[in-house]
Design a protein around this ligand. Structure first.
Ligand code: NAD
Length: 295
């Protein structure tokens, strides 16, 4: 089976490497050719554009930042759509808009191409280790054909339902995790302002009801003043926007989501768009005159 992978970024470079190391014939493409250099050294082949990748492969994966990037890669001048052949499978692992992936699936069906949305969770660490959770929406027969390939990148593959449902599940997860991230930052800034040693606060919350994944990362991130990505603030802002869009689609107000969106917006305005998502604490620290650091 010849496999293509487009989008060799923080996630894609690890995910595609796992496919290659499992012995599949891999063709890669990114806007920046240098991003693919380590894969090309290991035996991957360069595809000049998405259409060329689709022409030479039966299965193509994408891992792209925004729905606009996915739209460009599928429908652009040399987009995937130009290279699709009957029987191909397209798997988008980006965190994407459910309505966009449904539209793509409809257009692809006319060409005999199956589309799966397969967003992932587990962060760059999970991508590197090949332990991602992968939530898949779309045709079960197509999923069966690529199941082994998904297992090179992740330990858990969840069939969620029709195409678009993978992203709906992912957006619900990110709504919850980004809310935890924001409230953890707020709580720790408040605690330090109130005179508590952040390490002691962390020890308490780790065994209390406020425990959550975001704050468990603090010893490696916030406490050290290390805000390198990881998961960028800009992508988190995109995801919370997509979750709010999903709420609107189903007529559900999401006030906590709106508050998280504002906090991420303030973090971007303060200049931290390309930092890791823990950086939401930086504007709070500036406003409160404290730093949540452990020497
Ligand atoms: P990234 O910005 O690091 O990488 C994206 C790559 O796509 C870049 O190399 C970029 O050059 C390439 N690209 C953009 N537009 C392109 C185009 N038109 N044609 C070809 N290549 C193009 O992003 P990432 O952190 O790897 O995230 C990828 C996706 O995975 C996003 O949808 C994100 O929300 C999701 N995600 C990220 C994480 C994380 O922790 N970083 C975790 C889970 C899910």
């Amino acid at each position: 089976m010849k496999i293509g992978f487009i989008g060799i970024g923080q996630m894609g470079r690890h995910m595609s490497r796992h496919i290659l190391e499992a012995g599949y014939n891999l063709t890669v493409h990114d806007l920046k050719k240098e991003a693919a250099a380590p894969l090309l050294k290991k035996g991957a082949v360069w595809g000049n554009n998405p259409a060329a990748v689709a022409e030479s492969c039966q299965v193509v994966f994408t891992s792209l930042p925004t729905p606009q990037n996915v739209e460009e890669v599928v429908y652009g001048k040399n987009g995937l759509k130009k290279g699709w052949k009957k029987g191909d499978i397209y798997v988008d692992t980006s965190t994407n808009s459910p309505s966009l992936i449904r539209k793509i699936a409809g257009d692809a069906k006319n060409k005999g191409v199956a589309v799966l949305d397969a967003p992932v969770s587990g962060g760059t660490k999970g991508a590197e280790a090949g332990t991602l959770a992968i939530m898949v929406g779309g045709d079960k027969a197509a999923l069966k054909k690529i199941h082994e390939v998904l297992l090179t990148m992740g330990q858990k593959v969840f069939p969620v339902g029709d195409v678009g449902c993978g992203n709906a599940a992912k957006l619900v997860n990110n709504l919850i995790s980004l809310a935890s991230n924001s409230i953890s930052a707020t709580g720790f800034a408040l605690g330090v302002k109130a005179g508590i040693d952040p390490r002691i606060l962390w020890d308490i919350i780790s065994v209390s009801t406020g425990n959550n994944w975001s704050m468990r990362q603090y010893p490696n991130t916030t406490f050290k003043g290390n805000f390198e990505p990881g998961f960028r603030v800009g992508l988190a802002y995109k995801d919370i926007g997509l979750a709010l869009d999903l709420g609107r689609e189903y007529g559900m107000p999401l006030p906590v989501g709106e508050a998280v969106k504002k906090e991420l917006y303030d973090t971007i305005k303060a200049g931290y768009e390309d930092k890791g998502v823990d950086a939401v604490i930086l504007p709070l620290e500036a406003a409160s005159g404290v730093e949540v650091r452990v020497p």
